[in-house]
Design a protein around this ligand. Structure first.
Ligand SMILES: Cc1cc2nc3c(=O)[nH]c(=O)nc-3n(C[C@H](O)[C@H](O)[C@H](O)COP(=O)(O)O)c2cc1C
Length: 183
């Protein structure tokens, strides 16, 4: 199983990062191949709504670090998006990423893939609901099966790291991701 993980926090030692690392370590132990990408070290230009991706090769006309990210989005069987909740939504860099999924709405290349979310928020799940709903609709529009989200209450950088109970919730998600492989 190929898993592409997109980490959308600017804090490299923050909660999203910890969640990503617990998830990928457990997935690798179970035999999955994981590739993680820190979105804040990638240059992702905003979608310009040029609509060129609706025609011909149905690819994005912009040349930036999305070229590499597109390759891995298409390589993946499972896409993981980890983002801190910023004002009830995903971080700006994560929003840049998902807007650039526009070609996949036209070319349907993501049909049959699966996806899950890692969402730390200072207030926890109560501030994550709009984001979960947004991503559910986003994945549905792209023909991607939504697996689940882990939304954790975490504010300071070490909050997830220091709370072992939260780690179990991430491991439960790993089981759900791997279910398909066993079936
Ligand atoms: C600009 C900004 C907006 C935020 N908005 C929310 C919010 O709406 N609800 C919430 O619970 N936490 C909010 N937070 C707190 C973060 O979600 C929280 O600190 C999270 O653990 C950060 O994850 P990270 O350590 O991976 O960066 C916000 C933080 C920032 C910087």
């Amino acid at each position: 199983m190929h898993v592409a993980i997109f980490m959308g926090s600017p804090r490299y030692n923050g909660n999203t990062s910890t969640m990503v690392s617990i998830l990928s370590t457990a997935l690798i132990t179970k035999g999955a191949e994981c590739k993680s990408f820190y979105l804040y070290t990638h240059r992702i230009e905003p979608c310009l709504d040029c609509r060129l991706c609706k025609y011909d090769d149905m690819e994005c006309s912009q040349l930036d670090d999305m070229t590499l990210l597109y390759k891995h989005i298409e390589w993946a069987d499972v896409i993981i998006i980890g983002t801190p909740i910023y004002w009830f939504g995903p971080s700006a860099q994560t929003k840049l990423l998902i807007d650039r999924f526009r070609p996949y709405f036209a070319n349907k290349k993501l049909y049959g893939k699966r996806a899950a979310l890692l969402l730390p928020a200072g207030s926890g799940v109560e501030d994550s609901d709009i984001t979960i709903e947004q991503f559910k609709r986003f994945f549905k529009a792209l023909g991607v099966e939504y697996i689940d989200a882990v939304a954790l209450k975490a504010y300071e950088e070490g909050d997830v790291k220091d709370d072992a109970k939260q780690h179990d919730r991430i491991r439960d998600l790993v089981e759900k991701i791997m279910e398909e492989e066993v079936a």
